[in-house]
Design a protein around this ligand. Structure first.
Ligand code: G3H
Ligand code: 13P
Ligand code: ZN
Length: 314
């Protein structure tokens, strides 16, 4: 079942205090793994595509890629018993946002977080006006995605992480549906130098002041077993660290509802691919290598659905 609005999925999660995974697709194989897990776990799911994924799917043409991805997701979601939404991840300009809306995505992110607050408000408001007219919901971001470290001063932390009072004003002025507040995570496999920790007090205040579904970017857990597997078959991923499951659960208690995950799927996929390439040197059928990699993605997604609390919510 392909849903009209990501908002339906996230409003329900917000009302019932659980998290929904938003999983990035790098290619068809990721989509297959993610949707299979959602069906097994009877979980709602958000598929998301970055600007890079759109461009890749369109062989360099992101508008074409947006349509290819939307068609693919719609076909895959057809006749399955769980809702599937399709979201633009980190849209940085109106061109990508419009391409996603025209292709049939059910929500878009406009990420103007690198710009000054006033400009972020202006750009986000414009996207909200356009998207809402098409019944598409909108996510925006406040603050910068950097790890929280002990040796960082209060002033430095305030300069990078979300300001809860600004978040309240931002949501009121823009009418945005979901907000990604920077609270200490970062993208990729190297999130924390020391102990993993997030600024929950800041998150609590943002939720209290905005009440809308909140999004955790950079939420991958960077599973040790998958990193070791990849490394044992030739990868060089040293010192990787993600957001542990108990911290994800805590973040959901404080009001996070959309949990963005890309890195964990990439690591699981690549680890399995390396393993099967090593084990079947004379096989030239790519599907023999992709199938176990899809299975690995499916297992990571299924496990996260249990952790986030979205399993059996359909
Ligand atoms: O937020 C970042 C996602 O992991 C997407 O990454 O731009 O390499 O597709 P990408
Ligand atoms: P990870 O790199 O932690 O998977 O985060 C993905 C993300 O935030 C996509 O927007
Ligand atoms: Zn992100």
């Amino acid at each position: 079942m392909y849903v009209k609005s990501t908002k339906d999925i996230l409003d329900k999660a917000n009302a019932e205090y659980y998290g929904v995974g938003a999983f990035n697709i790098n290619s068809l194989e990721f989509l297959i793994g993610i949707v299979s897990a959602a069906v097994i776990k009877r979980s709602p799911v958000i598929i998301q595509a970055s600007e890079g994924a759109m461009s890749y799917a369109g062989n360099g043409d992101f508008r074409k890629g947006a349509k290819v991805l939307a068609d693919m997701v719609r076909r895959y979601a057809d006749n399955i018993p769980v809702p599937v939404a399709l979201h633009l991840d980190h849209g940085h300009d109106l061109d990508h946002v419009l391409a996603a809306i025209r292709a049939g995505f059910t929500s878009v992110m406009i990420d103007a977080s690198a710009k000054p607050f006033k400009e972020n408000v202006e750009i986000t408001s414009e996207v909200v006006r356009i998207a809402h007219a098409a019944e598409i919901s909108v996510e925006a971001e406040l603050g910068k995605l950097v790890g929280v470290e002990d040796n960082v001063s209060v002033a430095e932390r305030d300069a990078t992480l979300v300001d809860p009072d600004e978040a309240k004003i931002f949501v009121e002025k823009t009418g945005v549906d979901f907000l990604a507040p920077a609270i200490g995570t970062s993208h990729g496999a190297f999130k924390f130098k020391g102990e993993a920790k997030l600024d929950f007090e800041r998150l609590r205040k943002v939720k209290q002041l905005t009440k809308i579904p909140l999004v955790l970017h950079g939420a991958s857990s960077v599973l040790e077993a998958d990193v070791e597997k990849a490394n044992s078959y030739g990868a060089k991923i040293e010192g990787a660290k993600g957001v542990p499951f108990d911290i994800l659960k805590e973040a959901i208690k404080y009001g996070i509802n959309k949990i963005n995950t890309d890195t964990d799927l990439r690591i699981a996929f690549i680890a399995e691919l390396r393993k099967s390439l090593h084990e079947k040197p004379s096989d030239i059928d790519p599907r023999d290598f992709f199938k176990p990699a899809i299975e690995a993605v499916k297992n990571v997604v299924a496990q996260r659905m249990d952790i986030l609390g979205s399993s059996n919510k359909v």
